[in-house]
Write a protein that binds this ligand. Structure first.
Ligand code: G4P
Length: 529
């Protein structure tokens, strides 16, 4: 297969949802279709269960599993599909945001009874801002839920999307009979038996065919015809261009648990979802078809064996081919690195690979060279954009609880921050260290890992901040900036790249500060855009 054919057949995507909507179940069913796993239950344990907060063994176990399921690759109808795992737990939201920089499209799973939930809103917003093509899958149709039209309304309003259904349910819950597939123009009848369903598809190019009444009953047939008419009037026709631009989101209905509506989703997905897309670096737009390799680190995972500090850095290949034992330039460090055992990931195993293509994810063993966001090239000096740090929501001082282990603590903190577990801020005034996290769970993870992997002990103390604001003065020499620094000195810190950050204690303070110092610009992500 030629280089361009290899690129064209790749689909790298993520599934996002609020916890419990069915992401894990859907992932598993997709893998079953690809023949990548033999039975359901294989991905199941990948979840950080609610209430696991203080169960450290649970966290450790999860870390192990999440290495294995970070990327799930399989082949289906000659397409190479890479599913990137996105943790649904809100304390790991930042991990998910970063993973979204490496996907070319997403599938959004929504629970038909619960509708649009908080975590879905946040994640979809990130995708929308980046114009990532999205497909919506409405799940659990075997249960009573919201009316399909109401739900699509809710999706449009709350998620600010423009949707068009490509499949539509016939009944729901107790009366759920199946779905009409608008994309393939056929009907799939629900029997609750996943194997049988797949063969049960009945072609129905003409919805007025009286056969329909015989199959689903007269009442349901009439209702379906009316609904399809309404769909035609109200929703825009599907356009692949609009979908690819992020301007239109097709909707599918089904029941992941019963493996129903999943094949329809997958078959349409492989046709319409984008192959690897070009990506902006700080100097130019990089096309996947370029011969020279480029890629970036979007995730770093510590080795599960605490005695070995080596880590696995996950690289998304943007252009060219990544080859084993070939030297590549690590742009930030300005040095060449060679990798003798790059890993590729499959559903249940990882393997050393000789060559990877754009869209693929390779895992590189790392002894401390990589930080999240690093770029690898064949020598070109450029850095891929779009991997900002977001403001944390929790802030605590971190103190050394064992004076004999100061060095270990420092090293541990440094490496955990490179992994992106949390963000470190150093107060300008007295050099005290503050850890910022998205969720409270991270503090326990950090404490546990510092002790078990680095032999260091820490304690925390509250720091009264609400948000981190990255600061860029229009004129660094101005009176105004000097005044800002003087008044806010107790709350000024540097992030790990040395950028100036104002740790504001409330939204009110942010507003007041902005109006008082209009020429000192504040940004809520480290990329300052
Ligand atoms: P998540 O990864 O998005 O958090 O969700 P997950 O797939 O784990 O699904 C959450 C729960 O919803 C699970 O039940 C799962 O079995 C159920 N579920 C998923 N899809 C469907 C569906 O189409 N119909 C119905 N009725 N239920 C569905 P659980 O009881 O929390 O877990 P388990 O005890 O079954 O493992």
């Amino acid at each position: 297969m030629s280089f361009t054919e290899e690129i064209k057949r790749r689909r790298t995507f993520g599934i996002i949802s609020h916890p419990d909507a069915g992401k894990t179940t859907l992932t598993e069913k997709l893998l079953l279709f690809g023949g990548a796993i033999q039975e359901a239950g294989a991905v199941k344990n990948n979840k950080i269960k609610k209430g696991a907060t203080s169960d450290f063994m649970e966290i450790e176990r999860q870390r192990g599993i999440s290495v294995a399921t970070s990327v799930l690759a399989f082949n289906y109808k000659n397409k190479k599909i890479n599913i990137l795992d996105t943790p649904g737990h809100k304390d790991f939201a930042e991990d998910t945001f970063r993973t979204l920089t490496a996907v070319d499209s997403v599938i959004v799973v929504i629970d038909v009874a619960k509708g649009v939930e908080e975590q879905t809103e946040k994640l979809v917003e990130v995708c929308r801002m980046r114009n990532i093509p999205m497909i919506v899958f409405i799940n659990k149709l075997d249960r009573e839920g919201k009316d399909a039209f109401d739900l699509m309304d809710e999706v449009e309003k709350k998620l600010k999307l423009r949707v068009t259904p490509l499949s539509f349910p016939i009944g729901m819950g107790y009366d759920f009979q199946g779905i009409y597939n608008l994309w393939e123009k056929n009907i799939n009848l629900f029997s609750g038996d996943s194997r049988k369903n797949i063969e049960d598809t009945i072609a129905f190019s003409d919805i007025n065919n009286p056969e329909l009444d015989k199959i689903v009953g007269e009442k349901a047939a009439i209702k379906l015809r009316e609904e399809l008419e309404l769909i035609e009037e109200v929703y825009p026709p599907f356009s692949r261009e609009e979908y690819l631009e992020g301007d239109l989101q097709p909707v599918f209905f089904g029941s992941a648990l019963n493996n129903f509506g999943v094949r329809e989703l997958l078959d349409c997905f492989i046709e319409i979802a984008p192959s690897p897309r070009p990506k902006h670096s700080d100097t130019r737009l990089v096309e996947p078809t370029e011969q020279k390799m480029s890629g970036f680190v979007f995730k770093i995972h510590a080795n599960m064996d605490p005695k070995h500090r080596d880590r696995l850095a996950f690289i998304k290949i943007v252009s060219g081919t990544f080859e084993r034992n070939k030297p590549y330039a690590h742009v930030r460090l300005n040095k060449n690195l060679k990798f003798s055992s790059p890993n590729a990931f499959f559903a249940e195993k990882k393997e050393i690979v000789d060559i990877s293509y754009p869209g693929d994810i390779v895992g590189l063993h790392d002894t401390g060279n990589f930080k999240i966001g690093d770029t690898l090239t064949e020598g070109e000096e450029m850095n891929f954009k779009g991997i900002p740090s977001f403001s944390p929501e929790h802030f605590r001082y971190i103190n050394n609880a064992d004076p004999m282990k100061a060095k270990q603590l420092e090293k541990g903190i440094d490496q955990l921050m490179d992994e992106g577990v949390a963000q470190l801020f150093t107060l300008e005034m007295n050099n005290r260290k503050i850890i910022g996290t998205v969720g409270a769970l991270q503090y326990e993870v950090i404490q546990y890992r510092l002790e078990h992997e680095y032999g260091a002990k820490c304690s925390y103390e509250n720091f009264p901040a609400h948000k981190a604001c990255w600061i860029k003065p229009l004129d660094p020499k101005s009176e105004e900036f000097a005044e800002f620094r003087r008044i806010k000195q107790k709350f000024l810190a540097h992030d790990k790249y040395g950028q100036l950050v104002f740790l504001a204690d409330s939204e009110f303070t942010i507003q007041m500060t902005q109006s008082k110092f209009p020429n000192v610009k504040m940004f809520f992500t480290s990329e300052m855009e």
